[in-house]
Ligand binder design. Structure first.
Ligand code: F3S
Length: 769
């Protein structure tokens, strides 16, 4: 039942329900009497109860929490593991929304596509087997290793104008190239959508980017976003959606827009979007989705897929495409943008060697047919005068469809003729899966058409400087090997004494002969039905995967305090900044993402204990000993001693990483009292059954310390729905001194139900049975 032809796709399940969205938006407009931006139309039309959300709210953006119902979820192989383990513990027979799994992050680039794929399948077999079996059981589309990179596959198959989708990867916004809203989230958020729980988002601000003029010559959509990243910086988009508009959009290909949306993540934007245009229609048709195109045409005719006249953006940035110059961004941060004409001087001023050691093109950001035709044109120009690339030249196709189409159209051959090595259709060097032995510990530069360039991201060497550029810049410069080479003006000397200068590349956005799907084995069964009899494959002795045991309730026979928490021992008082990375470190721990026991060994290992100022130290006052934080937490767990944390301001900022909430809960944490919480993490704690409380008076933070015992007073009233009930903490010091501390909480009625059940997933399981 593999899809043999792109035309076999069933459009009915992948078209957003335009009419009901438009109807819902009408209800919203009763309360919001003003022109709406495109992003607002898409977002607000997905709000579950518009009347409750918008009634009497003068300001929405940046203020109101929206309860949303996304239409689709996509997960990559690294983050899908914990998402699925959590989903399993909800006890549902199938996902509430269509979902897909993509095996791309775990594939390591060593020598080339075929061998790399074989080897990575062996190394990661147990993870792939688990993901596949879970996909079969719950009716999720499973794109196996080698099928392609999540964002490219989503664009080719699932994204649609006006759609709201979630993906467990930060570059999920790539799908915005088709005029929807695609948002990168943590696994717990994906599980919300998959269990039919409303997904919450604070209404973002809207940054309008007005495009005028026309790209020409060497400038590409990648240069536009590189330029915008320079303007906005890595924080400039936080809490905002970037919405593009203006006449400059008319000539942009859908895949070019996807590149721009992809890298909106680099400025911290929630996502990016564009009004529906004819190029999107062409792309939908070319990828076998004429039905979606027709439905989108109809929705657009009702004004749904573009902003209202007179939309008021929170900020407007205008860019004239005619003046845009190609840029190289980096090293080590994606917002350090230098125009190509100044790049040589920049390199000199930094004292770096005027050379680079590898050129990498493709990835989820830049492997469209248009990108590949443009780089092939440059390769042919160079090949016609006998030039080969001066440095290793690696190309990562984004999907099997792209790989097969560029092979058929002789693009691959043109690249190989000048020295390219084609890697597997997977993330590879883009996510550090690049086995590169010859440059370890050496300062060197690489050019990539990827999207991120933090230290060590590509080859694990923190001295490798990655400059992000368009695929055409990366390719043309690969023939020189010098960082100061500007292909727009400079020539390359040839052996016969003459010299060669590139002409601006020509490109074609869609293949004349249509896309070819390639190897049918890489395609999943479409619209699969759940198969409840399938056994989920997890080896009992696995070090990478572990079934998630549901967390027990805090209440019941073991707790004589009724609906108050049992007495909790304070594990430590955390000082200062404590991000989700401090709570659950990444790096080498990533391999344990699907194994809660193993990954919990990293709990808070970079947090500072305010009593003494040391990192990763906790005191066990009952035994008068100390240990690392995970060690002491584990001892408490072994003693069946529930515990609490006292934390500082903005606890849990950084990301939606659900491990940062799962791990403390796993060791027995029932309560975290903070000066303040980062909202997403606070919600994640609630989902896992940890009670987050805020100090009413922030100075009370210093009054509680390790070894103190905390009892809640008033929690029972709050759970029983008594309005105005407050929760106080009775603190008992080891020497017997007792005092009370007032707190505030942000638990909604639904969240209190989750808490009473022990976790949101327990609640879902109980209500179903
Ligand atoms: Fe992410 Fe790069 Fe893969 S941005 S999805 S790691 S290709």
């Amino acid at each position: 039942t593999h899809a043999q032809s792109l035309l076999e796709k069933d459009c009915t399940t992948i078209t957003p329900p335009y009419q009901s969205l438009i109807d819902n938006l009408r209800r919203v407009r009763k309360f919001l009497n003003r022109p709406l931006s495109l992003a607002e139309k898409i977002l607000y039309s997905h709000v579950i109860r518009p009347e409750e959300t918008f009634a009497s709210k003068a300001k929405v953006r940046g203020e109101v929490y929206l309860q949303l119902r996304p239409e689709r979820v996509a997960m990559q192989d690294a983050s899908a593991q914990m998402a699925l383990l959590q989903f399993m513990s909800a006890g549902l027979a199938q996902s509430a929304v269509p979902a897909s799994i993509h095996c791309d992050h775990l594939i390591q680039a060593v020598e080339g596509a075929t061998e790399d794929l074989k080897r990575s399948i062996v190394t990661n077999q147990e993870v792939f087997d688990f993901l596949k079996s879970a996909a079969e059981k719950y009716g999720i589309e499973f794109w196996g290793p080698g099928s392609g990179i999540i964002h490219q596959i989503v664009l080719e198959n699932y994204a649609a104008p006006g759609m709201l989708m979630l993906g467990t990867d930060s570059h999920t916004p790539n799908a915005g190239g088709l005029g929807g809203l695609a948002i990168g989230v943590g696994g717990a958020d994906a599980v919300d959508a998959m269990t039919g729980t409303p997904w919450e988002l604070k209404a973002p601000n809207i940054i309008g980017v007005k495009l005028t003029g026309e790209l020409n010559g060497w400038a590409t959509p990648k240069d536009l976003i590189l330029n915008l990243a320079g303007k906005l910086t890595v924080r400039g988009g936080t809490g905002s959606i970037i919405e593009y508009f203006g006449p400059g959009l008319d000539n942009q290909s859908c895949t070019g827009l996807a590149t721009m949306a992809n890298m909106g993540a680099e400025v911290g934007a929630t996502t990016s979007t564009f009004p529906y245009n004819a190029r999107m229609r062409d792309y939908l048709r070319a990828t076998g989705r004429s039905g979606v195109a027709a439905a989108a045409d109809e929705a657009a005719s009702q004004g749904f897929l573009s902003a209202d006249e007179g939309t008021d953006y929170d900020q407007v940035i205008e860019i004239n495409l005619s003046e845009l110059e190609p840029a190289l961004n980096g090293p080590f941060t994606p917002d350090l943008a230098t125009p190509i004409s100044k790049f040589g001087d920049f390199v000199k001023s930094q004292g770096w060697k005027d050379e680079f050691s590898a050129a990498l093109i493709g990835s989820c950001t830049n492997s469209s047919y248009e990108d590949m035709t443009a780089v092939a044109d440059l390769a042919r120009q160079a090949n016609s005068v006998g030039l080969k690339t001066k440095v290793p030249f690696l190309c990562t196709p984004g999907s099997e469809q792209i790989r097969a189409t560029i092979e058929r159209d002789n693009i691959t051959k043109s690249l190989e003729d000048v020295g390219a090595v084609v890697l597997a259709n997977a993330c590879g060097p883009c996510i550090g899966q690049w086995k590169r032995d010859d440059k370890q510990g050496e300062e060197n530069a690489i050019l990539t058409s990827f999207n991120r360039n933090f230290k060590s991201r590509n080859d694990g060497n923190k001295l490798t400087m990655n400059f992000l550029a368009s695929p055409v810049m990366v390719t043309a410069m690969a023939f020189s090997g010098n960082l100061s080479f500007n292909p727009m003006v400079d020539s390359i000397p040839l052996a016969d004494g003459s010299s060669f200068k590139f002409s601006p590349p020509t490109r074609q956005d869609l293949p004349e002969a249509g896309f070819t799907p390639g190897n049918p084995e890489f395609y999943p069964v479409r619209n699969p039905q759940p198969q409840p009899k399938v056994e989920i494959v997890i080896k009992p002795d696995s070090q990478r995967l572990e079934i998630l045991e549901p967390f027990g309730s805090h209440f019941g026979e073991h707790n004589s305090r009724g609906l108050e928490l049992p007495p909790l021992k304070v594990l430590l008082r955390v000082r200062g900044k404590c991000t989700t990375d401090h709570i659950s470190a990444a790096g080498p721990w990533l391999k344990y993402k699907g194994h809660l026991t193993n990954i919990s060994e990293n709990l808070l290992i970079t947090a500072i204990n305010d009593e003494g100022g040391d990192m990763n130290v906790a005191f066990d006052k009952d035994t008068n000993t100390s240990g690392t934080i995970p060690e002491v937490a584990k001892r408490f767990k072994a003693r069946n001693q529930p515990w609490a944390l006292v934390v500082d301001d903005n606890y849990g900022e950084g990301s939606a990483r659900e491990h940062a909430a799962l791990q403390p809960r796993f060791y027995g944490c029932g309560l975290i009292v903070a000066r303040s919480f980062a909202r997403i993490h606070e919600t994640n704690l609630k989902k896992q059954g940890v009670l987050p409380l805020w100090f009413s008076d922030k100075s009370d933070y210093s009054r509680i310390g390790s070894g103190d015992t905390i009892e809640t007073i008033g929690l029972a009233d709050v759970i029983e729905g008594k309005t105005d009930a407050q929760i106080e903490l009775r603190v008992t010091r080891p020497d017997g001194e007792t005092f009370k501390i007032p707190t505030k909480h942000t638990m909604s009625a639904d969240q209190l139900k989750w808490f009473s059940a022990g976790s949101a997933l327990n609640y879902i399981r109980y209500t179903l049975n």
